[in-house]
Write a protein that binds this ligand. Structure first.
Ligand code: ATP
Length: 270
């Protein structure tokens, strides 16, 4: 979510191997990869390729990662922007950013546009929000809808968006021919946490006693992002103690730290 407004349409080197768990979501986006790789296969049969899909799920569960993996697997450029970048923007800037982004993506099609935190732009109209000006948010949303309607089904640009709050989104976004697919990206269960650990432990030098089952059991309620953070935190703790390998205790200390952090975060929210 810290992505720059434009990641100037570079390819990504993320693939499905980097995305642990999320089997259902990966299966659903497989079809998008297939469209991007070989649009003609679909259009020759008269099929209309969907324009977009919304990835819905809690923070840190891998929505951005999955969108990048789609671009990586299809080997197409990835353009991204985040809804929160439009907060407190001057009048006209949001809409013109959206216009520019679509223009660039079309020039480089087949390509992916990824809009993170789409709820910051796409909240149901006429409600209060944290944007600088309600009008400006509406202009940005309207421009997005115009762009989506404006390009043909077979432009080769697919738009993925992500949100934690599908319930607040303007229904106009979900209409047929816009984001007419929702893909759920859930918090990982025990087995998925194990798989996420396997990805993030790879670069880390572990003591022999370490086992992934143990770590997965110690981390209920952790998202993929929390697990990535935990692995790095444990390595930092071990390094501070001049250890040659990261031990179980370092992970336990890191778990305590992260749970402390999560509790603080929740206190602020409630
Ligand atoms: P947000 O809603 O906060 O934007 P997100 O769902 O987009 O979060 P990501 O930004 O994709 O989450 O995840 C952050 C990082 O956490 C990833 O770059 C990756 O290192 C790790 N991560 C999250 N989910 C997974 C996963 N399923 N497999 C492997 N790593 C993951």
């Amino acid at each position: 979510s810290k992505a720059k407004v434009f990641e100037k349409g570079k390819g990504t080197d993320v693939t499905f191997k980097d995305v642990a768990g999320l089997e259902g979501a990966k299966e659903e986006v497989q079809e998008i990869v297939a469209f991007l790789k070989n649009p003609q296969k679909y259009t020759d049969l008269g099929a209309k390729i969907p324009k977009g899909a919304i990835l819905v799920g809690p923070p840190g569960t891998g929505k951005t990662l999955l969108a990048k993996a789609v671009a990586g697997e299809a080997d197409v450029p990835f353009f991204s922007l985040s809804g929160s970048d439009f907060v407190e923007m001057f009048v006209g800037v949001g809409a013109s950013r959206v216009r520019d982004l679509f223009k660039q993506a079309k020039e480089k099609s087949p390509s992916i546009i990824f809009i993170d935190e789409i709820d910051a732009i796409g909240r149901a109209r006429g409600k209060n929000n944290n944007m600088g000006s309600n009008d400006e948010r509406e202009n940005t949303l309207n421009q997005l809808l115009t762009e989506m309607d404006g390009f043909g089904t077979n432009s080769g640009v697919i738009i993925l968006a992500a949100t934690n709050r599908a319930d607040v989104l303007d229904k106009a976004l979900m209409r047929a021919g816009r984001f007419d697919r929702q893909i759920y990206v859930d918090m990982p269960d025990l087995n998925e946490r194990k798989q996420i650990f396997e990805v993030h432990l790879k670069p880390i030098k572990l003591s022999k006693e370490m086992d992934v089952d143990f770590l997965a059991k110690q981390t209920p309620g952790f998202s993929g992002a929390d697990i990535a953070n935990l692995c790095n935190e444990a390595a930092l703790i071990a390094a501070r103690k001049d250890k040659k390998a990261v031990e179980k205790q370092d992970f336990l200390d890191a778990v305590d730290r992260i749970i402390g952090g999560l509790e603080k975060k929740n206190k602020i929210i409630t």
